[in-house]
Write a protein that binds this ligand. Structure first.
Ligand code: NAP
Length: 285
């Protein structure tokens, strides 16, 4: 059985991957900075290595006796004054160096759908620079390119709970977000598969209007959607880029860019947004 190191197990996707690996009886080493988070999420891996992946000295020999590394490490909601280059690129580079040093057989990395075409965005610039280094590393690798996660669709739900969802343009752009559990299965299957790149989204391709409507339905409220003209998005993006630093505008520019294009990947999985929003509604009751 391949021995797997997972970096990012305290996050949304990494948590699902770690749980599934354990369920499938893989020996799992989790590289985390806060083991308490694993406990809270009831993730019981074979071995926990507490370290700071951003500091190479702290992860020394973390890949010893490891066959496969899976990294979901990246900045999503963390606000710690670090840049995408510090984390999405450099922290993963630190891990890649360790993987090479210890003869790891395969490195599986989570980038983002269309990342290779969106390198002008700070997050994609950092992720794709790491992808390039991984490809050139000489290790066997797989780049997973997922569509947006259900965890991010919570924003639609939150707006719906306040009675109105705001969308850019006419709301007819389409996307197929994916649940962490479905995506975790894809990441784990990649251990055995020869594919070097996997693009993947959830089982339903929906317009933004349809996603908003599903959120209202889950709440049992009549849908109220306001469409914001696209020029507002363009001007707002210019202003935030001009008047804030990349740590502030990075996540905003990514969100505002992907909300203005169709984001559709090959459909996979079984979890639906209706089920996800309904669960949120039950938990929040
Ligand atoms: N969310 C989406 O819609 C989406 C879509 C496509 C691709 N992705 C990519 O998929 C990956 C996983 O996303 P996710 O939603 O699961 O993210 P998440 O829940 O924020 O998890 C990210 C993981 O990275 C770790 N991390 C972040 N900054 C760190 C730092 N400075 N030092 C050490 N560890 C750090 C986090 O550790 P802590 O728990 O200690 O903070 C966490 O374990 C990310 O690379 C993301 O860019 C996300």
């Amino acid at each position: 059985m391949n021995r797997v190191l997972i970096a990012g197990a305290t996050g949304y996707l990494g948590g699902y991957i770690a749980k599934e690996l354990v369920k499938l009886s893989y020996p799992v080493r989790a590289l985390v900075r806060n083991p308490e988070k694993l406990k809270q999420n009831k993730i019981e891996v074979t071995e926990i290595v507490q370290s700071e992946i951003t500091r190479p000295d702290s992860i020394k020999d973390c890949c010893k006796n490891i066959d496969v590394v899976i990294s979901t490490v990246g900045i999503t909601r963390q606000k710690e004054g670090l840049t995408y280059m510090d984390v999405d690129y450099q922290a993963n580079m630190n891990l890649l160096q360790e993987a090479k040093k210890h003869g790891v057989k395969k490195f599986i990395y989570i980038s983002v759908l269309n990342g290779e075409n969106l390198r002008d965005l700070k997050i994609c610039e950092a992720k794709e620079l790491f992808v390039k280094q991984l490809i050139e590393s000489g290790l066997d690798y797989c780049i997973i390119r997922p569509n947006g996660f259900f965890s991010d669709m919570t924003e639609f739900y939150k707006m719906a709970t306040k009675g109105r969802v705001y969308l850019f343009g006419d709301g007819e752009l389409k996307t197929n977000p994916i649940h962490g559990e479905d995506l975790a299965a894809v990441c784990i299957e990649a251990i055995q598969k020869p594919d070097q790149e996997i693009k993947v989204g959830g089982p339903e391709t929906l317009s933004h209007n349809e996603i908003a409507t599903v959120a209202f339905d889950a709440l049992g409220i009549k849908p109220k959607i306001t469409h914001i003209p696209n020029w507002v998005r363009v001007v707002t993006l210019k202003i935030v880029r001009l008047f804030t630093g990349s740590k502030v505008y990075g996540p905003i520019e990514f969100f505002m860019t992907v909300m203005a294009m169709d984001m559709v990947a090959p459909e996979y999985g079984r979890h639906t947004l209706r089920e996800y929003f309904t669960n949120l509604n039950q938990v929040n009751r």
